[in-house]
Design a protein around this ligand. Structure first.
Ligand SMILES: [Fe+2]
Ligand SMILES: [Fe+2]
Length: 161
């Protein structure tokens, strides 16, 4: 753990670590939702959508990694037991029980909007107090905004099939 990293953070590490762990749980669930979505996808534009879902899933996993590294740097512990993920997450995990691509995309769009709200919240909390957490959250936020846009574009395209 980074000794100075912990001192620099004026907000109170506990509060930040707690927020980061919520985001961390949400990233794993988002990763799994996407990953499984690629397996069960069927229907309109399946190959294109499955490819996009796979890319998004890989990015969610990368976000989880950035968050884990930051949590450790601040002296915290990333959630150790996956059974805690759903308890800790505030964004809803939408099981891809219907592989219809239109339903998958709509579910993932909801998840992206929740993620955007999460990183807006973290950025807002950290912007004057913890620049590094701010920087990481801003970097993730940028990708979540792109994810939202891509899901919205598919929603629009569905109208033309
Ligand atoms: Fe993410
Ligand atoms: Fe995302």
């Amino acid at each position: 753990m980074g000794e100075l990293a912990q001192k620099i953070c004026k907000l109170g590490n506990e509060e930040i670590i707690n927020m980061l762990n919520t985001a961390y749980a949400e990233e794993w669930l988002a990763y799994y939702q996407y990953w499984l979505g690629t397996k069960v996808a069927k229907g309109v534009a399946r190959p294109e959508i499955a490819k996009e879902l796979k890319e998004h899933g890989n990015e969610e996993l990368k976000h989880a990694e950035w968050l884990a590294d930051r949590i450790i740097q601040l002296g915290g512990t990333p959630i150790l037991d996956p059974s805690e993920w759903k308890k800790k997450a505030q964004c809803k995990y939408e099981a891809p029980s219907d592989g219809n691509t239109e339903i998958l995309v709509a579910q993932n769009l909801m998840a992206e909007r929740c993620a955007i709200a999460r990183y807006q919240q973290i950025c807002d909390k950290c912007k004057d107090k913890d620049f590094e957490t701010f920087r990481i959250s801003e970097k993730i936020l940028k990708e979540e905004l792109e994810h939202e846009q891509e899901m919205e574009d598919f929603m629009t395209d569905f109208k033309y099939y």
